[in-house]
Design a protein around this ligand. Structure first.
Ligand code: BGC
Length: 255
């Protein structure tokens, strides 16, 4: 994968899948702005690691559930690295509440962090690409649950279903500008969002038994697909979703 000379922003970039995406894009030669809201020390370590390997990265503290936060990231990319080519809407949370337990604050939070951020991240990145006249790619990290119900995690499923239609609609609108929009949809991945399942051997075993490839993904396995989608090798791919789930959607029931 060759991303030399490209500039990327990754939201939620200092942990879980986001952290692996940052590493993958930097290893392919991109300069990366790492968005984060907590644990600045983790961001600093990641920047150090990338610099030591000869790459370029910068941390930016921004809440992407606000347009101001998104604009801060794009300004940082332009100021530090001169342009923007790749925008990865990765930030995400889940509260694991079913419909009958769902409260208004949790719903608003999940929708703001997962979906509003992706809508305006796509909008602001696309506007930047159009202004630059350079084309570009937005990658939305959704989930198998953009399509597959997860009982007990309703707001999350609604947000990921929204990302599915964001990608399809924005991809169609932006195609004539040379801007691609693609969802990468992971299944079960060993990250902090899944900590409860990962730390409980019997839950983890039950989950792995339901996955045709019989293992939870390592974040790097998702990041490799994101780097491919970001590259010119995927330049005819837009307005669609790539599932990277070990077959879990076909094997179910998930956890
Ligand atoms: C969710 C996890 C879940 C996995 C597979 C992910 O999108 O964040 O909680 O285990 O999908 O169902």
């Amino acid at each position: 994968m060759d991303l030399a000379g490209k500039v990327a922003v990754v939201t939620g970039g200092n942990s879980g899948i986001g952290e692996a995406i940052v590493r993958g894009l930097a290893a392919a030669g991109a300069s990366v702005v790492i968005d984060y809201v907590a644990r600045p020390e983790d961001t600093a370590d990641l920047v150090k690691e990338i610099s030591a390997a000869g790459g370029k990265a910068l941390g930016a503290d921004a809440d992407v559930s606000t347009i101001a936060g998104i604009d801060k990231l794009i300004s940082a990319a332009k100021k530090e690295f001169g342009q923007l080519d790749i925008f990865v809407n990765n930030a995400g949370i889940e509260t694991r509440q079913g419909l009958l337990d769902l409260d208004e604050d949790s719903f608003d939070k999940v929708i703001s962090v997962n979906l509003k951020s992706a809508v305006f991240g796509t909008q602001r990145a696309a506007q930047t690409f159009v202004d630059q006249g350079s084309g570009g790619v937005v990658i939305n990290v959704s989930s198998v649950h953009e399509d597959w119900p997860m009982p007990g995690n309703l707001a999350y499923c609604v947000s990921k279903g929204g990302m599915r239609m964001l990608t399809r609609t924005a991809g169609v609108e932006l195609g004539p500008h040379g801007v691609r929009v693609v969802n990468v949809a992971p299944g079960a991945v060993a990250t902090p969002i899944n900590a409860k399942t990962m730390q409980d051997d019997s839950l983890r075993e039950k989950l792995e038994d339901s996955i045709p490839l019989r293992k939870v993904a390592d974040p790097a396995e998702i990041a490799r697909v994101v780097a491919f989608v970001a590259s010119g090798d995927a330049d005819y791919m837009t307005a669609t979703t790539v599932f990277v789930d070990g077959g879990i959607m076909q094997g179910g029931p998930g956890l």
